[in-house]
Design a protein around this ligand. Structure first.
Ligand code: ADP
Ligand code: MG
Length: 293
């Protein structure tokens, strides 16, 4: 494309809230054949709220469970952690100081409180520590089928509770995904969340292909897999976890409200946070290429 037509294209896109960092990305956008969408914060709002607390050990109250969970999560920057801490604050629960805090990527968090060992996270984390879950796996699964994310709390290696959160889908994600599919793009969801939750969200937004339970370090491998299949891959994400995948994709799209690391790793930023920005960018790209010919 001529420098002039690229400049016009970049300007047009900016009017739609789509910031294009380089002319190459503008030209590649219209050639994308597969679009990978991160789930949390990309398809969904990324602001989960606590919906359910299931106490598994009768010696604990719901308040105690929330106190313990929020106390561990106050050390984490994960959106799930924010949901737990916010819920505790709303109920005027005072947090306690934990020690030996450790975040385990793709699994959850670990800490000590009053001499007790706390584990909070997904089923993988519980399996890693051989925590018996018994019938509670089914209860967690039932929550996941409702598109909620269940997390397990273990105190001294014994299951204490399940806490579930729900993250609403952005109001225009369904329409924006339809627009991509309507121009023949293969749309795939990518998430570290559990398979049942991921499938439930995918179903709500009309996505049939899902990569779930993907560890942070494996997200970029999914981009490579699709590229190996001959796809020109667009990747859209908001998190630190998404940065390597955004960088590897043929075109990386960051959500403008996302983390700085994601924005810096991407070629294009969707300032309005809406996935409509993807089709807008592709349309501008097509118009730019037409002008050259
Ligand atoms: P994503 O950003 O795609 O949701 P992550 O790898 O950050 O993926 O998280 C994957 C899963 O690991 C979460 O769905 C959750 O079950 C668990 N997890 C990660 N961090 C935390 C945390 N701070 N507290 C509880 N669970 C967590
Ligand atoms: Mg995300």
């Amino acid at each position: 494309a001529t420098p002039m037509s690229v400049m016009v294209g970049v300007g047009k896109a900016a009017e739609a809230g789509v910031l294009i960092r380089n002319g190459e990305a503008l030209q590649t956008a219209s050639k994308v054949t597969a679009m990978i969408l991160d789930k949390t914060g990309t398809i969904t709002e990324g602001a989960p709220k606590v919906t359910d607390i299931i106490v598994a050990d009768e010696s604990y109250s719901e308040d105690f469970i929330l106190t313990v969970a929020a106390s561990i999560e106050s050390g984490s920057e994960h959106p799930l952690a924010q949901a737990i801490v916010d819920s505790a604050i709303e109920q005027n629960i005072e947090l306690e100081n934990t020690t030996d805090f450790q975040a385990i990527a793709g699994h959850g968090v670990k800490a000590m409180l009053n001499g007790q060992q706390l584990l909070f996270g997904n089923q993988k984390l519980m399996l890693k520590h051989s925590i018996a879950l018994n019938g509670y796996v089914n209860k967690a699964q039932a929550l996941a089928y409702k598109a909620k994310t269940p997390m397990y709390l273990a105190i001294d290696n014994k299951l204490a509770a399940i806490i579930a959160v729900s993250d609403p889908i952005k109001s225009d994600s369904i329409a924006a995904i339809k627009r991509l599919q309507a121009i023949g793009i293969r749309v795939v969801m990518l998430t570290g969340d559990n398979r049942a939750t991921a499938n439930a969200v995918a179903k709500q937004v009309g996505i049939t292909e899902v990569f779930a339970e993907v560890l942070p370090e494996d997200k970029s491998n999914k981009v490579a897999d699709l590229q190996a299949q001959g796809e020109i891959v667009g990747m859209t994400g908001d998190g630190i976890n998404d940065a390597p995948a955004l960088a590897l994709a043929n075109v990386g799209f960051a959500i403008g409200t996302g983390t700085d690391v994601a924005i810096e790793s991407a070629d294009i930023t969707l300032m309005r946070g809406s996935l409509h920005g993807l089709s807008d960018a592709i349309a501008v790209s097509k118009a730019t290429l037409r002008n050259i010919k």
